[in-house]
Design a protein around this ligand. Structure first.
Ligand code: MG
Length: 125
C-alpha cells in the first residue's frame, strides 16, 4: 500500500471518550478509505478481527480492555500491523513497547496523520 496516501488506509480507531472519538473519527473518515470506531479495546479487537485493517490507532486508558492489551492481542495475530498510540499521559504505564509511534493528546490532526504514515512506513515499504 501507498503509505503516503491516507486514502489507501483502512483504519481501526479505539477511543473511549465519545467526543474525541467522533471528532477525530469524522476527520479520519474524510482522509482514509475506511474507519472502524471502537469505544474500548475489546470492541477494537473484535472490529480488527472482522475487518481488514491496515493500521491501528488507539487510546491507552479505556474500560473493558485497555490499549496496551488490545495492541498485545493484535500483534499476536499480526506482528507487522502498524499501531499508533494516542494518549494523554506521558508516563511509561501509558505506553506500549509494541506500538510503532506514540503521540499525545490533545490530538493534532496533522500530527496524527504524520504518525500514521510513519508507523505504516515501518512495515509496508
Ligand atoms: Mg481514554
Amino acid at each position: 500500500m501507498d503509505c503516503s496516501d491516507l486514502k489507501s488506509y483502512t483504519v481501526l480507531y479505539a477511543e473511549d471518550e465519545e467526543t474525541v472519538r467522533e471528532i477525530i473519527g469524522r476527520s479520519l473518515r474524510r482522509a482514509c478509505k475506511e474507519v472502524h470506531l471502537a469505544a474500548n479495546g475489546q470492541e477494537g479487537l473484535d472490529l480488527f478481527k472482522a475487518h481488514h485493517c491496515d493500521l491501528v490507532i488507539t487510546d491507552i486508558e479505556m474500560p473493558v480492555m485497555n490499549g496496551i492489551e488490545m495492541i498485545r492481542q493484535i500483534k499476536a495475530l499480526d506482528e507487522n500491523k502498524p499501531c499508533v498510540v494516542v494518549t494523554a499521559y506521558k508516563d511509561e504505564s501509558h505506553q506500549s513497547d509494541l506500538a510503532e509511534v506514540t503521540i499525545f493528546k490533545p490530538v493534532d490532526l496533522q500530527e496524527l496523520k504524520e504518525a500514521m504514515m510513519r508507523a505504516c512506513k515501518k512495515h509496508y515499504t
